[in-house]
Design a binder for this molecule. Sequence first.
Ligand code: ADP
Ligand code: MG
Length: 439
Amino acid sequence: MGNSAKSTWKNILGVIQERINSQSFNTWFSSSQGVELKDDVLLVEFPNSFFIDWIEEHYYSILEEAVEQVNGNKLRLAFKAVKQQGDRPRKKKKRLILSHNETKLQERYTFESFVVGGNNEFAHAAALAVAEAPGEAYNPLFLYGGVGLGKTHLMQAIGNFVHRQYKHLNVLYTQAENIMTELIEAIQKNQQMAYKRKYRTKDILLIDDIQFLYGKERLQEEVFHTFNYLYVQGKQVIITSDRPPREILTLEERLTSRFQGGLVVDLQPPDLETRIAILRKKAEAENVALPSKVSYYIASRVKSNIRELEGCLIRLLALSSLSGQSVTEQLAEEVLKDLLGSTHRITKQMILKNVIDEFGFSEAELKGKKRTQKLALARQTSMYLIRTMLNLSLAEIGTFFGGKDHSTVIHAIGKIENLRKSDVEYYQQIQRITNRING
Ligand code: ADP
Ligand code: MG
């Protein structure tokens, strides 16, 4: 029992290790252990819950892919902290973080854990109204705002609320990028019916980061048929985007003309008080006393992205609990310097440069259209590395390579994945590049 838990987790770690840089792997994964495998749930232990927070936040999709690669669709993961941090002892149950074939929601995104401030008051009220009366209040609900401002959180809070309150309703969360991939596959394999069945049988469909559909008219068309189908039947649709809908005319037109009960609301960056409140809430959830000087110190420096704000706090708490140092401004300063400062940061450009060093093409050639065998391989290698090391979206990668289609990027990633398994020489080559990038 224990053994198979151990080895299953080891296999999953093996996949993860290939995909993220070694420093991150050592920091966040090397102290974890598979401890129990029961009913298709693999329980994994981490030193404390900050690790779990960090991993959920940063490596969710990598984990999901790794689990799938190692165990197909069946396995689910539960994470548990060995030690509880904080002053007061507290019961904390293990957290099931991956639940395949269900709603795809993450449990921690709830209304209770969402801090309301002037920046998001309206969006929050609208989301709550939708959660209480799905399909009736505002349909579709369109949330937009910059990166890390709480769109996914608020959207999933609706999903979690409905999932809890109305058990008979079928909720599905998905990223637009996923839909795109599935749709392209369905079209290629002539299986559009299965695609339709999957999305049209939901009572609440949450589509995150719809900006990936911008400029993809054919896909937009399909997805809007799905929306329309659900909408006509009184099913709730919720959409997020990092850009306002008016930036894409077709989208705006459709939202306003076809979906009359729709509402578009935005999320703004939080002000200082709200940032402090968010830090407090997070610390409270972790059962840690956060000196107000420290929350002020962080909140006044990290301003425009709540994910980064939380990231600082989690790192700070992790560092303090591992080293036994108390949470002070000095420690916060160290962490911030590390996170925002001049540490070895991997970038697209840096990956490209290392591929160029290895293969000997120019940047223009890599981003261009010519496709000799060797050039194509170099291009695909860079796409693959950018995807796996930086976790960028397919669309972003396509744009970086001179506006290539996202199916080209998918193809490249698949090809390299196979090649590194089947061709030892290539495996060594890509390993060399990876090592150089990691420094
Ligand atoms: P987006 O989808 O807009 O990029 P997320 O919803 O992923 O942003 O939010 C980033 C992180 O910040 C998440 O961990 C989320 O829980 C947290 N967060 C965002 N807004 C709030 C808020 N108002 N209160 C508490 N946490 C928040
Ligand atoms: Mg998001």
